[in-house]
Design a protein around this ligand. Structure first.
Ligand SMILES: *Cc1c(COP(=O)(O)O)cnc(C)c1O
Length: 439
């Protein structure tokens, strides 16, 4: 009896952890597509079930009261790094933890957090970093709801913003940061976050992440993170953490989920950047549910396969569209004409993606006729699914953006956004060909 420790909290019951797994063969690190089949899950801990069961529970039994105390020290931030064990389903859960481990692998990140939607991820991320008087610097265009959250919601709490066009040069970025610093000083705050979206939706304008990092390092201290929405190209075609971003954000609803059957979001980066966001998520809720997390684990097994196929299809479809007499131009990363944009593409991107814009000769009426006559491609917003989707941003996703701002961003009435899926490329081309005949 004499060996009972005085402070029982110092002897946690070891959590049953998955067996150490193989992460390399013959000194060669295993690729993400291999790790997606088993990383972070040990069948022995779940009755030999090859796939992770879905853990439908609101709470988790503690091995001892001391363990419960210790876990809550992690949840409340008294111990760094979050809870060491499973506590309560607003904070964590097995399906979510496996998913977060696997998502981090794709971006080469130390840690990841999952959310009930891409917008939940983005809103909680921003809220975790801003205080009254602070300034957010962001690229434009952003996903309309992200832009609205900054300009209409955070503004209610005294947070202001400075935005800049996606292709901005180092000199332009220096000027933008100077303006943001002055604005913050005037409002008694700081520049709290640089928030990027690249490529921008729906124009595919790219942001020079490396130039943003150089400008940040020159003008601000390290405590202002660079976050980037990588939904359009991630995780396969762009790896922003390698180019100077600190935090990468996703709508998992798109390519990662990939089957247009769920809504979810995530962020990834170093633990120190994740911790404040995890703390706010613990308070507010917003973690992805176990069932959706399980579906995303299935999706991650094929994400590379799906994106590669969709990318090849898009290349063929764009080659057809580019020479069509009723097409005025394409916003496709595989056919960039602008020198500055091409340079950013060559440095940052590993593929051109499968979401692009087509400018038709004419305006809304011509675009509507095209959309109404598609038979394989479905008329719907969203992107990154197995099926091809087409929409008209000016009258749908970007309707809430003021007309003048739409014009400056290049979101004209003649723009149709297309997300190519994994169907047969020739079938898709035949469908676009017959729909264009009706224009
Ligand atoms: C869809 C999307 C979002 C929002 O994600 P949800 O999962 O719908 O909340 C954010 N950013 C981009 C670029 C998107 O395409």
């Amino acid at each position: 009896m004499t060996d009972i420790p005085v402070d029982a909290t110092d002897t946690p019951t070891p959590r049953r952890k998955p067996k150490p797994e193989r992460t390399e063969i013959g000194g060669r690190p295993l690729k993400p597509s291999t790790l997606m089949m088993g990383h972070g899950f040990d069948p022995e801990l779940s009755e030999g079930s090859l796939k992770a069961p879905i853990f439908l529970t609101s709470t988790f039994a503690f091995p001892s009261a001391a363990d419960g105390k210790r876990h809550f020290e992690g949840i409340t931030g008294q111990r760094p790094g979050g809870a060491e064990g499973l506590v309560y389903s607003r904070f964590n859960g097995p399906n979510q933890e496996i998913l977060e481990d696997r998502l981090a692998i794709w971006d080469g990140a130390e840690d990841a957090l999952t959310f009930s939607s891409g917008m939940t991820a983005i809103c909680i991320l921003m809220m975790a970093y801003v205080s009254t008087g602070d300034v957010i610097v962001h690229s434009g265009p952003l996903y309309a709801a992200s832009e609205g959250f900054v300009s209409k919601v955070l503004s209610k709490f005294g947070v202001t913003y400075v935005d800049f066009p996606a292709g901005a040069s180092r000199e332009e970025l220096d000027a933008v940061l100077k303006k943001a610093k002055d604005q913050a000083a005037e409002n008694g705050g700081k520049v709290a976050m640089i928030y990027l979206e690249s490529p921008g939706n729906p124009t595919n304008a790219l942001v020079d992440i490396e130039a943003v990092k150089e400008a940040r390092d020159a003008a601000l201290d390290w405590s202002c993170p660079i976050a980037i929405d990588n939904t359009f190209l991630g995780p396969i075609w762009q790896r922003p953490l390698e180019h100077g971003a600190d935090i990468v954000a996703y709508s998992l609803t798109k390519y990662v989920g990939g089957h247009s059957d769920l809504v979810a979001g995530s962020i990834a980066g170093a633990k120190k950047w994740m911790d404040p966001v995890r703390a706010l998520r613990n308070t507010m809720g917003g973690i992805v549910d176990p069932n959706t997390a399980w579906m995303l684990l299935r999706s991650l097994e094929t994400v590379e396969l799906r994106m590669e196929r969709a990318g090849k299809n898009a290349e063929k479809v764009c080659a057809f569209l580019a020479s069509h007499p009723k097409v005025d131009g394409l916003g496709y990363l595989g056919m960039i004409e602008d020198e500055r944009q091409k340079d950013i593409y060559n440095r940052h991107c590993l593929g051109a993606g499968s979401t692009f814009s087509v400018f038709l000769k004419g305006g809304e009426a011509e675009c509507f006729r095209f959309l109404d006559n598609l038979t394989i491609a479905k008329l719907a917003v969203s992107l990154g699914g197995t099926e091809t989707l087409a929409s008209h941003p000016a009258s749908m996703t970007h309707l809430s953006v003021p007309h003048a701002r739409r014009q400056t961003l290049g979101i004209t009435d003649s723009l149709v956004r297309i997300s190519i899926g994994i169907e047969d490329a020739d079938d898709l081309i035949a469908d676009f060909e017959q729909a264009l005949e009706h224009v």
